[in-house]
Design a protein around this ligand. Structure first.
Ligand code: ATP
Ligand code: MG
Length: 414
């Protein structure tokens, strides 16, 4: 990608009505465009980050044999009536509308019922189980407050996976496997050390649901952690969890956190409410066990911005950055060498954002830092004469003057 070809521009200020740091920085750096409160569009750089996050999740969900699908946003009222979740008192985030003939429809805020309805056509016998499907979908939720930037959208991207099983044991074993897959995801996003699996409250499902909470000042939840940050407990279940774990509540300190994932065991409840069954080995119709697993893709992106940003801008972990290298050319000779270097790095598979604009060096450096690209690589007339390349790490500020060989060795391994 060449900066001169991007339609987006960086800006020194964020919209006055934007209070969240993540959205302020993402807008200033040209990653998102604010449509209205809680609704954001993703520009090429922002989309690249989203796709990188999705790809990590996709690989981990495929590894637990999830099959990727995309369900519809428009939902039938009847799909949700059987479980009572069409009711606005039960689900307070529905966006609903009507077809021309007055048929009521809703916009998907989650998809358990829709998945069960679809799977009913395919899961007939024990031989069809277990099965697991997932999607990356834009969920629509009429959230009361949307002041956390992309961390709480009225329209946001979620990965939701649903697994169907013949027995509770099979569901339990799969669920444990997904917890491991989730841990790998957060690890790969670069937030593994500050993300905890916690028991979640959730009415009757307390024992059967877990949240993945990332310590983050901009989060809306509270986590109680010990000094070593090896134990983390959700505020809502503090008393029960402390008793269960045999720890003194007073040894835990409250910290702010963001829920980056949520997993549930519905057991046979959906199946029973919806009248969906499979035929067992002995010919008997039995209810299907269901578990569901969500990751807030856009929320993860916001959390990462919040956690790692500094006074100069965003700092992306390499695994999800829109490019690995921000190439800055300075001077006529520098530009000539940078042009060739861009082609060469790109052909070797290194993702480069090349600031080829006719702009002041200071402006280029500042933009590369605002955009959070892991390495800034400078090629100037002076450096060309010295036969060196300057490589600066965004996260640490460490600067190295490298020969060409050293540069290639360093970029392809780091
Ligand atoms: P919250 O308590 O934050 O409202 P939730 O319990 O409603 O979350 P789920 O329905 O379990 O969330 O959704 C799965 C995941 O999707 C959440 O763990 C979170 O990461 C993400 N998520 C939920 N609501 C939003 C939102 N409005 N904007 C962005 N991400 C969201
Ligand atoms: Mg919610």
């Amino acid at each position: 990608m060449k900066v001169s070809e991007l339609f987006t521009r960086t800006s020194k200020t964020a919209p006055a009505d934007e209070v969240a740091k993540n959205a302020q920085l993402l807008i200033r750096a040209g990653f998102v465009y604010k449509v209205m409160a809680g609704v954001y569009a993703y520009t090429p750089l922002g989309l690249k980050v989203l796709e990188n996050i999705k790809q990590i999740v996709r690989e981990e969900m495929n590894a637990v044999h999830g099959q990727e699908i995309i369900m519809s946003s428009l939902q039938r009222k009847e799909t949700w009536e059987g479980t009572g979740r069409w009711d606005d008192e039960v689900v307070d985030v529905w966006f609903k509308s009507k077809l021309k003939d007055d048929t009521e429809v809703g916009f998907g805020w989650s998809h358990e019922e829709a998945i069960m309805e679809m799977m009913q056509q395919f899961v007939k016998s024990y031989k069809d189980l277990p099965t697991s499907v997932y999607q990356f979908q834009t969920k629509l939720r009429n959230e009361l407050r949307a002041k956390s930037g992309i961390m709480r959208g009225r329209e946001f991207v979620m990965k939701d996976m649903y697994s169907l099983h013949a027995t509770e044991e099979d569901m339990d074993a799969y669920y444990e496997g997904v917890i491991k897959a989730y841990k790998r995801c957060y690890e790969r996003f670069g937030i593994g050390a500050s993300t905890f699996v916690t028991f979640a409250s959730g009415g009757a499902f307390t024992k059967f649901s877990h949240e993945f909470q990332t310590i983050c000042d901009a989060g809306e939840d509270i986590l109680y952690v010990n000094d070593e940050q090896t134990v983390a407990v959700n505020e809502e279940v503090l008393d029960d969890a402390a008793a269960e774990l045999g720890i003194d509540k007073a040894s835990l300190q409250p910290v702010k956190s963001a829920e980056v994932g949520n997993i549930f065991k519905f057991g046979t409840s959906k199946s029973e409410q919806m009248g969906i069954t499979y035929m067992d080995k002995d010919g008997v119709q039995k209810p299907i066990y269901l578990a569901s697993y969500g990751i807030g893709i856009t929320r993860v992106m916001g959390v990462i911005v919040e956690k790692f940003a500094d006074e100069r801008g965003i700092v992306w972990p390499e695994s999800i950055a829109p490019a690995k290298v921000y190439l800055v050319s300075i001077g006529a000779q520098g530009s000539e060498v940078a042009d060739a270097l861009y082609d060469e790095l790109t052909s070797r598979g290194v993702e480069v954002l090349y600031d080829d604009r006719d702009a002041r060096p200071g402006e280029k450096f500042a933009d590369g830092e605002l955009m959070g690209i892991p390495y800034t690589l400078t090629v100037s007339d002076r450096l060309v004469e010295a036969g060196k390349y300057e490589l600066k790490a965004r996260a640490t500020g460490e600067v190295n003057l490298l020969t060409r060989d050293e540069l290639f060795a360093s970029i392809s391994t780091s």
